[in-house]
Design a protein around this ligand. Sequence first.
Ligand SMILES: Cc1cc2nc3c(=O)[nH]c(=O)nc-3n(C[C@H](O)[C@H](O)[C@H](O)COP(=O)(O)O)c2cc1C
Length: 173
Amino acid sequence: MKVLVTYFSQSGNTEKIAKAICEEASKAGNADLKKLEEITPDMAAGYDCIFMGSPLHAGSLAAPVKKCLKALKAVSGQKIAGFITHMAPAYPDQDMETFAEPMKEACREKGIEYKGCFDCQGFLAESMHGPVQEKLSLDDDQWADMVKQMTGRPNQDDVDNAKAFAKKLLAQN
Ligand SMILES: Cc1cc2nc3c(=O)[nH]c(=O)nc-3n(C[C@H](O)[C@H](O)[C@H](O)COP(=O)(O)O)c2cc1C
């Protein structure tokens, strides 16, 4: 089975999870790690299984990821799973389902099998701290708590959980 792990990442969090998933997938066979910018719909069509990663941007998948999903070719028998990093400690399952909707929609349209989505916390880039603290109307103590919670994420547990997600999914194929 040919596996593609592709991702969009601005500050490295989603990339860290992508590398972990690719490391796990490589144990099961042929796996390629590529930035989203490096792939084309024709290239993606050549894989049996795609893991596609995105940071959460304003409560949705990042714009380049949505664009890529729309451009995917219909490949019968192909499978896709998502992975998302976000600065919030955790989201209810229902919210995660909504965030993954553009991926599910692309799958429905193209006859690709959607295999679920992994998510974990990821440190917010320093340059965004001021604006986000203001947007969320958090005082300095509340913001310091938030920063403490996200510091070091994704951590080793997140990496291990991402690998376990990939392992379980690939074992089903
Ligand atoms: C423009 C922008 C919007 C964001 N919106 C959200 C959001 O709605 N919810 C959230 O939990 N994190 C949000 N974040 C935080 C990122 O999802 C998080 O830091 C992620 O791990 C970044 O991944 P990356 O390092 O792969 O780019 C946002 C970050 C940016 C830059």
